[in-house]
Ligand binder design. Structure first.
Ligand code: SF4
Length: 374
């Protein structure tokens, strides 16, 4: 049984995190000002980019983004295609679409400045409790908690929690603990305490091998005392993710590799919404083979009949909840003209001009194969 959470001294935890953070925090482009005094737009962009993505990858994307959209109003005025193009390769594209839509709402309803209350921030697309806490504490210096994966893991160990952190009750408790901790920080230091906690999780309280000898909280940590670090946090067992076979058509207007090629824009509200792709879809049990899948999908989504030629390449990719084998084929139209039935738009474009459109990583690999002359 773990101790009651309130038995640990929150002010000591907060102060040690602040001191440790001052010495050990990583230098990152969005951290030029102290936590609590940063530009809210830069905090917002960096936090959204860092969700589901390694910090090392985020840095280049963040720098490029800030060059193109240095202020929130510039982002709001940009085209969705330019926004998605800049996000290309970062994945989870709803993050980019939501940033863009939220920026437009902030311009329309908040004079172009991100609001400074949790309730107002939570009304913006793509901003949840975590991002709201980050903006409020790291930009506006408010004593508002943040709970991300690093905080969950570190706190689950600090209090040696034996309940799954995926349970609603545990999550609620983690938010309460994070709130206690940040409110116990000295005035004006809430942002540093929050960032210190997240940074400690990222650099010291590692998922596999926590570096307890280097941890400023080691003498307080109940998991460390009980030797249960490797059993914390407790997680609900993961479900097995399904795997799908998907066929895509590189449909040429004339001669393969020498004529224009057909691309389609994915529906806004679905997965990878707004991105462009080589049209196609998932194999169904009634399809005799992958070319049959492709012919059926193109008929359903674009209202035309195609002939399927040689295979170009197969791309393997894992998303969060499923994985795919994407098989790309050369193809040409036999009857009909393209219609936007199951897509938002379509266009003919040259191989060189494909670089102007945002594509998912899978289709970028098909483009690379085409550029290699397959
Ligand atoms: S002592 Fe070890 S397990 Fe406990 S918080 Fe520090 S790094 Fe994590």
């Amino acid at each position: 049984m773990r101790d009651q959470p309130t038995n640990l001294p929150f002010h000591t935890i907060a102060q040690r995190l602040i001191d440790w953070h001052a010495e050990h925090q990583r230098s990152l482009p969005w951290r030029s000002m102290p936590a609590g005094q940063r530009d809210s737009y830069a905090v917002w962009v960096s936090e959204i980019m860092a969700q589901q993505t390694r910090i090392g990858v985020v840095v280049d994307y963040f720098n490029r983004w800030m060059e193109c959209f240095p202020r929130l109003v510039v982002l709001a005025a940009a085209s969705q295609q330019d926004v998605l193009k800049l996000w290309e390769g970062l994945g989870y594209y709803s993050r980019a679409r939501n940033l863009h839509r939220a920026a437009q709402l902030v311009v329309a309803e908040h004079d172009g400045v991100l609001p400074a209350t949790r309730s107002a921030l939570l009304k913006l697309p793509g901003i949840g409790q975590y991002t709201a806490g980050a903006i409020l504490s790291l930009a506006y210096g408010q004593a508002e908690p943040i709970v991300d994966g690093n905080v969950k893991r570190t706190f689950a160990r600090l209090w040696d929690m034996d309940r799954s952190i995926d349970e609603t009750e545990t999550l609620k408790e983690l938010w309460e603990l994070a709130g206690e901790m940040v409110r116990a920080a000295p005035d004006g230091k809430a942002g540093e305490a929050n960032e210190g906690l997240m940074e400690l999780g990222a650099l010291v309280c590692l998922p596999q091998k926590p570096r307890c000898l280097l941890c400023p909280l080691a003498d307080l940590c109940l998991a460390c005392q009980n030797g249960t670090q490797s059993e914390r946090p407790v997680r609900r067992p993961r479900k097995r993710t399904p795997h799908y076979q998907v066929a895509a058509g590189v449909i040429w207007e004339g001669k393969p590799l020498q004529s224009r090629v057909l691309i389609a824009q994915r529906p806004q509200n679905g997965m990878l919404g707004g991105l462009w792709e080589f049209p196609g879809g998932k194999a169904e049990p009634e399809d005799s083979d992958l070319p049959a899948t492709l012919r059926r999908e193109i008929q359903e989504e674009m209202g035309m009949e195609i002939a399927v030629g040689e295979k170009i390449t197969t791309v393997q990719h894992a998303y969060t909840h499923f994985s795919i084998s994407l098989h790309a084929f050369h193809a040409h139209i036999v009857e009909g003209t393209p219609q936007a039935i199951g897509c938002d738009d379509w266009t003919w474009t040259t191989l060189a001009e494909l670089a102007n459109y945002p594509f998912p990583i899978t289709d970028q690999k098909i483009i690379t194969a085409l550029q290699d002359g397959v």
